[in-house]
Structures are given as structure tokens and as C-alpha cells.
Ligand binder design. Structure first.
Ligand SMILES: C[S@@+](CC[C@H](N)C(=O)[O-])C[C@H]1O[C@@H](n2cnc3c(N)ncnc32)[C@H](O)[C@@H]1O
Length: 299
């Protein structure tokens, strides 16, 4: 648990990773040739900075002082831009569609992609939403849902409010949840919102069970000063695995950071030449079509 309070609210090690992504968006936005333009993230980090630099927590202090791994900034900015693209593409097809940002953290996607018509929902744990409500205002089209994504009541409430079509985004979330929980969640999304789309970031199973597990833990905890609880616990063998969870789920496309050939990645781009490296941590995009049988899920 990260003790020191942002607004005196205690958040878990997993939730504290949202500060890392928020600061990367702000830092990248202010860089030369930015990958992402996120003035709202700059505004929020300015509001938080006093607390961050004076925090007893090392990660918070380093973020507040702008000390962030340059490659990590590029990776996270590219990812955010890709999810913005998914959102904009979806809104081109369905300008009044509903976008639900699962495990939103302090991300400010609504302000980056708003077309003036969409209904946008940011969902995260209640303590995170309490913090976010101090920093962002809800409107008639921007809403916050304070709930675990795994507490399905939010879906009932959403169905009462929105007519869809729906796009669900899960950027930096599924790898922190138990695999069976992710599987049940995806199947539940399909049954409650048939015809919707889901774009979600996943990691390879080898990252959570194999040799890469130790290396990743060292990187996250020693290099980025994340707490012990911020560990990846579930992954996929490949992007088609989710299709096998229920009839009607169809893989639309997959995306890796290396698909961009972004110059700011520098020598790291060489890793992209190794096919396996493109599927260590990547994004999968599905159509959650009508299922024949969605009620029984076995692990
Ligand atoms: C790595 S952060 C990503 C935040 C945001 N998507 C971004 O890219 O900036 C992970 C987020 O998942 C949220 N989270 C973790 N478990 C959750 C759950 N069961 N329900 C909803 N959100 C959850 C955390 O609170 C945190 O905000």
C-alpha cells in the first residue's frame, strides 16, 4: 500500500502506477515533437506537484521532479496515443457512441478525443475516483464510475444510462487481475453489451510464469520504484486465446509499440525485429459479437 496521501486517500501499489502514466503523458506533451498532446495531464501534474515532491514515497518524489526513464515515457505515450486512435476510429463510425475507460487511473482521454457528442465513462476503484473527482469535473457527457471492474453492478447502471454502441478500453489493467477474473469479465461484457468492441493491453504468459518474471519485477520495483503489489499476475499465450473463451468473440487486430517505428524509441526499435518481443506486452482488439452460451464459464 502506498501510504502517503494524495488528498490523504490511501491507494494500492497497483493504483499508484496511474501516477507514472499520468506523468509520462505530461512530460511527453511538453517534449519536442510530442507523441501525445495532453494539456489536461500537464494541468493535473502541476496541481499535484507540490504534494509529489514533498512525499516520503520515493516514486512520488521522482515523478514530481520529472525523473522518469525516457524510454518508458515514449512507450507509455505511444500506448496512450494508440488507445486514443481506437477511440477516434470508433467515434468516426459512431459519433454518439459510448466509450468506457476501464481502470482509467488519472488518464485524461476524454479531453484528448472528445468529438462533442460521445458519452465517456472513466471507471476505477472508489479511492482512485475520489482523487480524480478532486482534479476533474464530470459533465453531461463525461462521467466517472467508482467501482471495481469486477463488481458487475456497474454494467447494469451503464445499460440504464447509455444506449451504445460501446467501446471498452483496458489500458494497463488486465495483467494486474487474475486470469479467471479477466475471462469472466470479457464474457460478461460480451453478454451484457453484444456487438461492442474491446481494446485491451495484455502481457505474454511467459512474463508472469517464466524466466522474464524475475527480470520484470526488478525493473518495476528497482528502476521505477513501484511497490511490491504492482506485479503482473496474468497473461495470454496469444491474441487468439480470448476468441476461444466464448463463441462470437473475434480478434480484429493486434498492436505492438514496435509497429510504430517511432524514432524516439531509438535502439530499442531493434527489439521489434524479434517477433517474440512484439508479443511480450501488446494490445488486442476484439468485436464482442452475440454469443450462443454466455452464462457458464469454467476455469
Ligand atoms: C497502470 S494503471 C493504468 C491507468 C490508465 N489506464 C492509464 O493508462 O493511465 C492501472 C489502473 O487500474 C486500476 N485498477 C486496478 N484494479 C482494478 C479493478 N479491479 N477495477 C478497476 N480498476 C482497477 C488501478 O486503480 C489503476 O488506476
Amino acid at each position: 500500500m502506498k501510504q502517503p496521501g494524495l488528498f490523504d486517500i490511501q491507494i494500492s501499489d497497483i493504483s499508484s502506477t496511474m501516477l507514472l502514466t499520468l506523468y509520462t503523458h505530461a512530460i511527453e506533451s511538453q517534449s519536442k515533437n510530442p507523441i501525445i498532446n495532453d494539456p489536461k495531464a500537464v494541468e493535473i501534474t502541476s496541481a499535484l506537484n507540490h504534494q509529489m515532491v514533498n512525499s516520503p514515497d520515493r516514486m512520488y518524489r521522482e515523478l514530481g521532479n520529472g525523473k522518469l526513464d525516457k524510454k518508458l515515457v515514449v512507450f507509455i505515450a505511444l500506448r496512450a496515443q494508440k488507445y486514443d486512435d481506437y477511440s477516434s476510429e470508433f467515434l468516426k463510425q459512431s459519433p454518439t457512441g459510448t466509450i468506457v475507460n476501464l481502470g482509467c487511473g488519472l488518464d485524461t482521454r476524454f479531453w484528448r478525443i472528445d468529438n462533442g457528442k460521445t458519452q465517456f465513462y472513466d471507471l476505477d476503484l472508489p479511492e482512485v475516483i475520489s482523487i480524480k473527482k478532486n482534479l476533474c469535473n464530470e459533465t453531461d457527457r463525461y462521467h466517472m464510475i467508482a467501482s471495481s471492474v469486477l463488481d458487475y453492478k456497474w454494467m447494469e447502471d451503464l445499460k440504464k444510462q447509455g444506449t451504445g454502441p460501446f467501446l471498452f478500453l483496458a489500458e494497463g489493467l488486465f495483467m494486474y487481475l487474475e486470469k479467471n477474473a479477466v475471462k469472466n469479465l470479457v464474457i460478461k461484457l460480451q453478454s451484457e453489451f453484444p456487438g461492442s468492441e474491446l481494446a485491451c493491453e495484455v502481457v505474454n504468459e511467459s512474463v508472469v510464469s517464466g524466466q522474464l518474471k524475475g527480470a520484470l519485477k526488478i525493473k518495476m520495483q528497482k528502476r521505477h520504484h513501484l511497490g511490491q503489489g504492482a506485479a503482473f499476475i496474468s497473461g495470454l499465450t496469444n491474441g487468439h486465446e480470448i476468441e476461444s473463451w466464448s463463441p462470437g468473440i473475434r480478434l480484429l487486430d493486434e498492436w505492438s509499440h514496435f509497429d510504430t517505428n517511432e524514432k524516439k524509441l531509438g535502439w530499442v526499435r531493434l527489439y521489434g525485429k524479434i517477433p517474440a518481443m512484439r508479443r511480450v506486452q501488446w494490445t488486442v482488439h476484439y468485436k464482442l459479437g452475440q454469443a450462443r452460451d454466455v452464462n457458464t464459464v469454467k476455469s
